[in-house]
Design a protein. Structure first.
Length: 411
């Protein structure tokens, strides 16, 4: 039997990415530029300091006839300073020691003068070095400032902004290009999300609206039996609940982003409209709505801000005591912030359950929806809308039962 030839070995896979262009080994990276910059600065500063010290040393060691601590006159040594004392008579050794002492003192004076001048020179060079280093650091880090400014603009939901950094092909340009690519992907993702929300809004609302119309037409027929009438009303209530759930989910999806187009909106007017819409329901439940609304103008979307007030007032009315309850709505300006305050009577709310109230489909002591009071998205929508406007919402238990909802916006 002939041996079956072994299959040819597959060629090894490349360890480099063929899409990545080959770059030179000594491209102008930030590390090389900073090394050359700081190395050159140290070299220049060392040369300047060495030159200054050399000049000062040469000046200190320069000795003229008038600088000598003694002079020789007619074969005798005469001191020229008060600190140089020479004996009038004595041996040669004594004269040599006295002269050496004078020269040593003069040397110490020269060294002290050299040290003082060197310190002044070092101080001047330090000031120049710090100023030059600050200027060069600002020049090197200026691309980071541009990246930071673009990132802040993008944080305001302006995803069309790009860095488009010019300059050498270094690490900062790689960072800027990577950031631009990430912004492209984010913009496409957000555009796809907006299209999905728009399409879902249309596709989900249309069949629900058709069902509601068919049920209303069916219920308007006087010849329908009572059993079918009751069934139709139940289906109509279920359909209405589904419509509210769809509207809430779509609004929650839209309100997760920052508000790009902002207009002046008065919270007092928003709160008044919300109270007017809930007035009939409050009267039916014997709940008093009170409060004073002072002007408090913020920049934002009026429809979404009205949704916050409406959700909070509706919750205050629906989750209240059976008799003698009240809801208080106020607006004002406090510490350069616009404040919407909604407080109400109601059941006692434990402090540890406050955070759960802001989760979708969560209610007090209830995990999922299953109540005729709503779909469980009111506070979630209110928090999302508040965050989209740069504000925040805080819930606190009220003494005696109920909640105090405080919404703040920057003015």
């Amino acid at each position: 039997m002939t041996a079956t030839p072994a299959p040819p070995e597959a060629p090894p896979k490349p360890t480099w990415d063929p899409r990545d262009p080959v770059r030179p080994l000594l491209r102008p990276t930030i590390r090389i530029r900073l090394t050359l910059l700081y190395g050159g600065m140290f070299l220049i500063a060392g040369i300047l300091l060495l030159s200054i010290i050399y000049l000062l040393t040469a000046q200190a060691l320069q000795v003229s006839v008038g600088d000598l601590p003694f002079r020789i006159e007619t074969g005798r040594v005469q001191p020229t300073t008060s600190w140089c004392q020479l004996p009038e008579t004595g041996t040669g050794e004594q004269f040599n020691q006295a002269v050496a002492s004078c020269l040593q003192h003069q040397r110490e004076m020269a060294l002290d003068d050299l040290l003082r001048r060197s310190l002044f020179a070092l101080l001047g060079l330090s000031v120049i070095a710090f100023a030059f280093g600050y200027a060069m650091a600002g020049r090197v880090l200026s691309p980071l400032g541009k990246i930071t400014r673009t990132a802040r603009q993008v944080a305001g939901s302006d995803l069309s902004r790009r860095i488009e950094l010019d300059g050498p092909d270094d690490e900062l340009k790689e960072l800027a290009d990577t950031f631009d690519e990430m912004l492209d992907r984010l913009e496409r993702a957000f555009s796809a999300q907006q299209r999905f929300v728009a399409n879902a809004s249309h596709e989900l609302r249309t069949p629900l609206a058709i069902n509601r119309t068919l049920l209303e037409v069916h219920l308007s027929d006087p010849g329908v039996p009572a059993e079918l009438q009751q069934l139709g009303k139940t289906l109509l209530a279920t359909n209405e609940r589904s419509e509210q759930l769809v509207e809430g989910l779509l609004l929650l999806a839209r309100s997760e982003n920052q508000i790009v187009e902002r207009k002046p909106v008065d919270l007092a007017e928003v709160a008044t409209r919300a109270v007017d819409q809930v007035r009939a329901e409050a009267d039916a439940k014997d709940v008093e709505i009170r409060g004073e609304c002072a002007p408090a103008v913020v920049q934002g979307n009026g429809v979404l801000l009205e949704r916050i007030a409406l959700n909070l007032v509706q919750n205050g009315v629906r989750y209240n005591v059976p008799e003698g309850g009240w809801v208080e709505v106020t607006t004002e300006i406090q510490h350069s912030q616009a404040v919407l305050l909604v407080s109400n009577t109601g059941p006692v709310v434990p402090a540890y359950e406050i955070d759960n109230l802001f989760e979708p489909f969560r209610r007090l002591r209830q995990e999922r929806t299953g109540s005729d009071k709503g779909v469980g998205l009111g506070l979630s929508i209110a928090r999302s809308v508040a965050r989209a406007h740069g504000g925040r919402i805080i819930a606190e238990p009220r003494e005696g039962g109920g909640l105090v909802m405080r919404v703040t916006f920057p003015v």
